[in-house]
Design a protein around this ligand. Structure first.
Ligand SMILES: [Fe+2]
Ligand SMILES: [Fe+2]
Length: 155
């Protein structure tokens, strides 16, 4: 039976930004869908493609979050950005580690991804959200294409 390895909880994970929270929900859904894919035995190539899609989604999410922090003069922006860059720098390792024939290695890749996401949302993203919420009620900056939505996660 497929499991959720990350469960979104508004009170626990909410940053105070509806745009960021919605993107986090989609990222978590993508990670859970990928985990389900491993559990039900999707082909190796499909899993790697799905993980690459989740990481690409994360990269676009980081750009949105960084634009919001920059627009509000968030003082801890550089450190926050370096956490984002650390995940992206690790992306190809994670994709390569995902191998259903090597379950221990796959489990480690998931553990890294889940730990990174939980720790980053609970600490860095919530701190940034609290700063933005406390400082101003100004609306979040619109994206270049006028949208704030990310596509649905891969299934
Ligand atoms: Fe972040
Ligand atoms: Fe985030």
């Amino acid at each position: 039976m497929p499991k959720r390895i990350l469960v979104w909880d508004d009170r626990r994970h909410g940053t105070g930004s509806p745009v960021i929270d919605e993107q986090h929900r989609r990222l978590i859904a993508g990670i859970n869908a990928l985990y389900d894919g491993v559990e039900i035995g999707l082909p190796h190539a499909a899993l790697r493609h799905a993980l690459a899609s989740v990481l690409a989604l994360a990269d676009r999410h980081f750009a949105v979050e960084e634009a919001i922090m920059r627009a509000h003069g968030y003082p801890d922006l550089a450190r926050h950005e370096s956490e984002h860059r650390a995940l992206i720098a690790h992306a190809s390792n994670l994709v390569n580690a995902l191998d259903p024939a090597r379950p221990a290695r796959t489990a480690l890749a998931f553990a890294y991804l889940v730990d990174w996401a939980e720790a980053h949302i609970l600490q860095a993203d919530k701190a940034a959200g609290a700063f933005v919420a406390a400082r101003t009620q100004r609306p979040e900056p619109a994206l270049a294409d006028g949208s704030s939505a990310l596509p649905e996660p891969p299934r």
